[in-house]
Ligand binder design. Structure first.
Ligand code: SF4
Length: 239
């Protein structure tokens, strides 16, 4: 694979990312992953919430049989038991240790400071404490992060590039599955016999924290089960 010419900092405004994306769009997803690993390791990290997309990326990384990559999850302390079980299963299967990035305060401390069930009355503040701040702190040590964002997940993600500059965190963001559909994801998982969260089979296309995730019905936006009844559609990690 020919090396892509990467733009120089500050990365934006000179069209170089557009040129790199044009080349990346011609590659297979596996080639994009391989390129990302070869270009940025060891300064690259894989963000995983252990959703279906994240399991595809983890399996692709494992198949690349090359460079180590740091894998982390934002452990809010409020994930489903099925998610915690899948993390443990993936660690065994892929011989990795997943970094659990935790908030500065426990659930009990949060309740003492802000009142019980902060997610019910101020989910933005809850996500800020339990996800957004820990992520920002974690990403300071890397040059690039890999996410499982897909363009058809919701309106906010429709223009997600394969390679973008993340101005909020000050590093490059790689979305190898940007062009994939939900069916593509499950075709891959089933063909490769990759484990996934069993909740996906009972109406949960997108799985976050237990208090803020409900099943969706046919025809709904795949992320419609997150923060149902509220304006909120994103944790704030990808905004
Ligand atoms: S998803 Fe819900 S419980 Fe999890 S951090 Fe955000 S508001 Fe809190």
């Amino acid at each position: 694979m020919d090396a892509l010419k990467l733009p120089q900092a500050p990365w934006d405004g000179d069209g170089a990312l557009d040129a790199a994306n044009h080349e990346l769009e011609q590659m297979t997803t596996g080639e994009v992953m391989q390129w990302a690993l070869e270009t940025f390791a060891p300064h690259i990290t894989l963000a995983s919430s252990f959703g279906a997309e994240d399991m595809v990326l983890l399996d692709m990384w494992a198949q690349s049989n090359s460079t180590p990559i740091d894998v982390f999850c934002l452990d809010t302390g409020l994930l489903f038991s099925q998610t915690y079980a899948l993390i443990a299963q993936a660690e065994t299967m892929y011989h990795i240790t997943v970094q659990r990035i935790r908030p500065r305060i426990s659930i009990v401390q949060q309740a003492n400071e802000f009142g019980p069930s902060l997610w019910s009355h101020n989910p933005d503040q809850c996500c800020q404490i339990r996800k957004v701040d820990p992520l920002a702190s974690h990403l300071t040590r890397y040059q690039a992060w890999v996410t499982g964002i897909r363009r058809d997940q919701n309106a906010n993600r429709r223009t997600a590039p394969l390679l973008g500059w993340d101005p909020k965190h000050g590093l490059l963001k790689i979305n190898p599955l940007a062009k994939w559909s939900y069916d593509d994801v499950f075709r891959y998982l089933k063909t490769r016999n990759v484990p996934y969260n069993p909740m996906h089979d009972v109406g949960y296309p997108s799985i976050g924290c237990e208090p803020c995730t409900l099943p969706v019905t046919g025809g709904q936006d795949p992320r419609a089960g997150r923060w149902q009844g509220k304006e909120k559609t994103e944790c704030g990690l990808h905004l």
